[in-house]
Write a protein that binds this ligand. Structure first.
Ligand code: GDP
Ligand code: ZN
Length: 305
């Protein structure tokens, strides 16, 4: 059975026939060597048994995860929370206007996706609001990211533009949806699953405070096969498993240059003979991405490993 929703104390699981069951974790269910705060996450394939005495369903086993995405616990940097598992791809909702998503935010998301080997798609929503200035920014973004193999889409949930193509990208895949508050994720989900009636933000709510009191991820089956995992409350995925000095390995365009750096422990800042910095000079690495690299690097603690 597959876990569709987790509240921490109970889980909604679906069997192959499409029936849902409410299950709990049996006794001291523990996965060895796991330091996460949640033993079971949305997307997990689990074994469920019926307890005839209590007439309840119990999760008694878990199949190895193909992959998963983590988040650092807000209370303790050394604890992490598995957001979702067994993903085919992750989809970042972004906007160039009202509110604008920073490239740093996008790069952080992409690094996380690289670190967990989950293919990433970036969708720019609110295309109906874009003026030539934003259209130019979109072109520049395509110029930076498409050659690296990232899929960039522009849509408008309001006008419907681009939605059909996006649905094709999602069909028959399990996709994790993320993005900061106000970009239109709930509006999109409501468009795809009108029966859910999720609350959407008003303009004054963009800080995100007050919306979504829960942070539980939930999976929804798509009408044409595949599923979407929504993660309300999770705006930013921390780069939990990336040591500072390995960060450049998660920048696709830098990864290939690293072996050409003069020093094999080069962190691409002040070292002579650095192939990444040469890349910035000759345009193989965009300045925008290099700045993101420096910023994200700065945000990773030295001694967290
Ligand atoms: P979430 O925080 O990502 O779930 O964002 P919401 O779905 O709550 O949307 C935030 C605001 O953006 C709401 O006022 C939506 O009506 C608005 N919005 C969503 N999609 C679009 C769009 O394509 N165009 C425009 N102009 N506004 C949108
Ligand atoms: Zn270097």
């Amino acid at each position: 059975m597959v876990v569709y929703k987790s509240t921490g104390s109970w889980y909604s699981v679906k069997d192959e026939d499409g029936s849902f069951y409410k299950a709990r974790i049996k006794g001291k269910f523990k996965i060895e060597g796991l330091t996460s705060t949640n033993p079971i996450a949305v997307g997990d394939h689990v074994k469920v048994e019926h307890d005839p005495i209590e007439d309840t369903w119990m999760i008694t086993g878990i199949k190895d995860r193909r992959n998963y995405i983590n988040r650092i616990s807000p209370h303790n940097r050394h604890q992490h929370h598995i957001v979702a598992s067994n993903l085919d791809q992750s989809l970042l909702f972004a906007t160039l206007k009202e509110p604008k998503t920073s490239l740093g935010f996008i790069d952080r998301f992409l690094c996380t996706s690289e670190a967990y080997s989950v293919p990433a798609i970036i969708v720019f929503n609110k295309k109906d609001l874009y003026f030539p200035k934003e259209e130019d920014q979109l072109l520049r973004i395509r110029e930076i990211y498409e050659p690296m193999g990232y899929h960039i889409a522009a849509i408008s949930v309001v006008s419907g533009e681009g939605i059909e193509n996006l649905m094709k990208l999602l069909s028959n895949k399990v996709t994790l949806l993320s993005g900061h508050s106000g970009v239109g994720k709930s509006s999109f989900i409501n468009k795809v699953f009108p029966e859910l009636g999720l609350k959407t933000l008003t303009v004054s709510d963009w800080s995100g405070k007050g919306k979504h009191s829960t942070t539980f991820a939930e999976m929804f089956d798509l009408p044409d096969g595949g599923a979407l995992i929504d993660t309300p409350g999770i705006r930013e995925m921390g780069i939990v498993d990336v040591p500072k000095d390995e960060l450049s390995h998660y920048f696709r365009e830098m990864k290939d240059l690293i072996p050409q750096c003069k020093y094999n422990n080069c962190v691409h800042i002040n070292e002579p003979g650095c192939a990444v910095k040469e890349g910035v000079n000759d345009g193989t690495v965009s300045e925008e991405r290099y700045i993101s690299y420096l910023t994200i690097r700065d945000s990773i603690e030295d001694k967290s490993y």
